[in-house]
Design a protein around this ligand. Structure first.
Ligand SMILES: [Zn+2]
Length: 162
């Protein structure tokens, strides 16, 4: 189940469609049935928290199936979709158990314990889950954009501008 909050109707619909496309790319159909994703379109995220998006798993089940994803919206629609793809990759990492946030800022990545706080001091750009989210997220965003262009050529109604 996917819900989208915030933003205008056009953006909401575009984000909703993109989210389903990314889900089909990232998750098995069985897992898709059990996922609950709440997307919050936020105009102030960058101003208030200095970030473009986040993906927060609800830890009531392990691996998690419920996610809150926020995306900063005061940017080009295509950037919003790329940022959504990035956060969806993180949701995939959590849902498959590849990425597990532990207490004390520790993280488990593919079974390996990575201490983000002390000696390993993993910075944002050094974190392997960010490499994947940036690389795969970019690829998914590009695929989505191409699909929409093709739909437009076929004369299908495409919502919003990308
Ligand atoms: Zn990230």
């Amino acid at each position: 189940m996917v819900t989208v909050e915030g933003g205008d109707e056009v953006l909401q619909e575009q984000v909703f469609d993109a989210c389903f496309f990314f889900m089909r790319e990232l998750f098995s159909s069985q897992m898709m049935k059990n996922l609950k994703i709440k997307i919050i379109l936020n105009d102030d995220l960058y101003k208030e928290e200095d970030i473009y998006g986040y993906c927060e798993p609800e830890v009531s089940s392990s691996p998690p199936r419920k996610f809150e994803i926020a995306v900063y919206t005061k940017q080009r629609p295509s950037r919003i979709i790329y940022d959504l793809a990035h956060e969806m990759v993180h949701a995939k990492q959590y849902a498959t158990g590849e990425l597990v946030d532990l207490i004390n800022d520790e993280t488990r990545w593919h079974g390996e314990l990575i201490d983000c706080n002390t000696h390993d001091n993993v910075e944002y750009w050094d974190a392997p889950w960010e490499w994947e989210a940036h690389g795969r997220g970019h690829g998914l965003g590009a695929k989505w954009k191409r699909l929409r262009k093709r739909a437009q050529w076929r004369g299908e109604k495409v919502i919003g501008k990308l």
